[in-house]
Design a protein around this ligand. Structure first.
Ligand SMILES: Cc1cc2nc3c(=O)[nH]c(=O)nc-3n(C[C@H](O)[C@H](O)[C@H](O)COP(=O)(O)OP(=O)(O)OC[C@H]3O[C@@H](n4cnc5c(N)ncnc54)[C@H](O)[C@@H]3O)c2cc1C
Length: 422
């Protein structure tokens, strides 16, 4: 421990955007960090996601309409929401808890709890990119597209509620021919659109790797192929122990004053012994990249089919699906085909057959729309996980707030509703 009682050293488990952001902001406060990952940097959800930094849309998932939608989806194998018909009692218990949270009251609580994160998340990115993280964020509006003006009503309603909660977002709605003028990449099937201003996007894999490079450049150590099986406490402090499976270094251990569990959708495995009882399940999403006839100027959102498209290295990254399956299950080609079938009629000039980079990754989903950020049930052990659909947008601000708590011992107000032992 340092002379002020704060930790001198920390191990962060998980080299995704959340773990690396926490490591960077801990370094900012003078803590020596080691980051360990069972695979490598950005090998979980932080690589192939849609790359949106979108405080205006970082809305919790447990919106009441999702329930009706979810029940309908259970009967449709090509629906964007997919729950495999397997006898997994843990999954069904999670979904029951999730369903119980699909009320305006619980959703409103999650919206209010996420408000400080949404207000400060872009600034936290600016701190990183102004101080050595070599990955630019790009400002661009998000264009949400609908076949009919009626389909746009639900999103307009949500945006109004978000504005009432205190987060001021600018948006405008279009119909008919104006849609084509605003967004030529949308097909003639699209009859209405909502443009959300003040949003940004990044290349998420590049951003996460640049963040790792910055942590290393500031003296941090990143150890990959290090699968943690246990976090142990003894009189001398905490030890993070690696196991032998899949390239883990059996018997290897790293000691530190503080440990941060930033293992995304896998957090329950290490967190349970430390009092983390909120279940986190993998809501797996898929993505791939396609060439387009014309460059697409900014992100496109297709809410009816739950697809997000983003300019990516001169092409378009297309992301979608929420599949509640084990985080480590293989990629199912059928889900990719379902995304294409749903998005193809709404976009023009896309070469769907020339897709590359097909990917699946696990969103760490909690049942109440709130992440787990803060102290676990034992001194020195902390959690930063469970950000669901918005862990990229909220990664840096999570790191900044948690580093403050770890080094000062005081919980920032903004983290009160994210207590991992709730
Ligand atoms: C298709 C899709 C689109 C998305 N689009 C967006 C978007 O546009 N904007 C946005 O904000 N968010 C988006 N998200 C969500 C976002 O990707 C996640 O919330 C975020 O990446 C979570 O980051 P993380 O660091 O918590 O987890 P991860 O990136 O999954 O990192 C966790 C790490 O922990 C490691 N690990 C696990 N267990 C162990 C262990 N025992 N020992 C050592 N290491 C371990 C893993 O290898 C992994 O690298 C999207 C997600 C998906 C799937």
């Amino acid at each position: 421990m340092g002379i002020d009682g704060g930790p001198r050293t920390a191990v962060v488990i998980g080299a995704g955007v959340v773990g690396l952001s926490t490591a960077w902001f801990l370094q900012e406060r003078g803590v020596e960090v080691t980051v360990v990952d069972r695979d490598g940097v950005a090998t979980g959800a932080s690589w192939g996601n849609a790359g949106w930094l979108s405080p205006g849309l970082a809305i919790p998932l447990n919106e009441p309409g999702v329930l009706r939608y979810g029940l309908r989806s259970l009967l449709d194998r090509s629906a964007p929401l997919h729950v495999p018909a397997t006898p997994d009692p843990g999954l069904w218990a999670f979904l029951a808890r999730f369903a119980a949270n699909c009320t305006w009251k619980s959703w409103g609580r999650a919206v209010r709890a996420n408000l400080p994160f949404n207000e400060e998340c872009l600034e936290a990115f600016d701190v990183l990119t102004a101080n050595g993280v070599e990955a630019p964020t790009v400002e661009a509006p998000i264009m949400a597209a609908f076949e009919t003006p009626r389909q746009a009503v639900a999103l307009l309603h949500e945006l109004r509620r978000i504005n009432e909660s205190g987060l001021k977002i600018r948006y405008s709605a279009f119909e008919g021919e104006e849609v084509g003028r605003q967004a030529p990449q949308l097909s003639s099937r699209v009859g209405a659109a909502i443009r959300l201003d003040g949003q940004r996007y990044v290349d998420p894999g590049h951003f996460t790797r640049s963040l790792a490079d910055a942590v290393t450049a500031r003296g941090g150590v990143i150890r990959t192929g290090f699968r943690v099986t246990e976090v142990r406490r003894d009189a001398g402090g905490l030890t993070v122990v690696a196991g032998g499976e899949d390239g883990g270094r059996e018997g290897d251990g790293v000691r530190a004053d503080a440990v941060v569990l930033a293992t995304g959708a896998w957090v329950n495995r290490l967190g349970r012994p430390w009092g983390v009882r909120v279940p986190v399940r993998a809501g797996r999403g898929y993505s791939f990249t396609v060439p387009t006839d014309e460059p697409v100027p900014g992100p496109v959102y297709l809410p009816a089919v739950r697809v997000a498209c983003t300019p990516y290295q001169g092409r378009l990254r297309v992301a979608g699906t929420m599949e509640f399956r084990d985080a480590d299950a293989p990629l199912y080609q059928r889900r990719v085909e379902a995304i294409i079938a749903s998005a193809r009629p709404l976009l023009t000039g896309v070469s769907w057959e020339e897709r590359t980079d097909t990917w699946v990754g696990p969103r760490p989903v909690t049942p109440d729309g709130r992440p787990l950020v803060g102290a676990a049930g034992a001194r020195g052990v902390f959690v930063a996980a469970g950000h669901g659909m918005w862990g990229l947008t909220h990664g840096p601000i999570t790191g900044r707030m948690l580093a403050e708590q770890i080094t000062t011992g005081k919980q920032p107000d903004a983290l009160r509703d994210f207590d991992p032992t709730r």
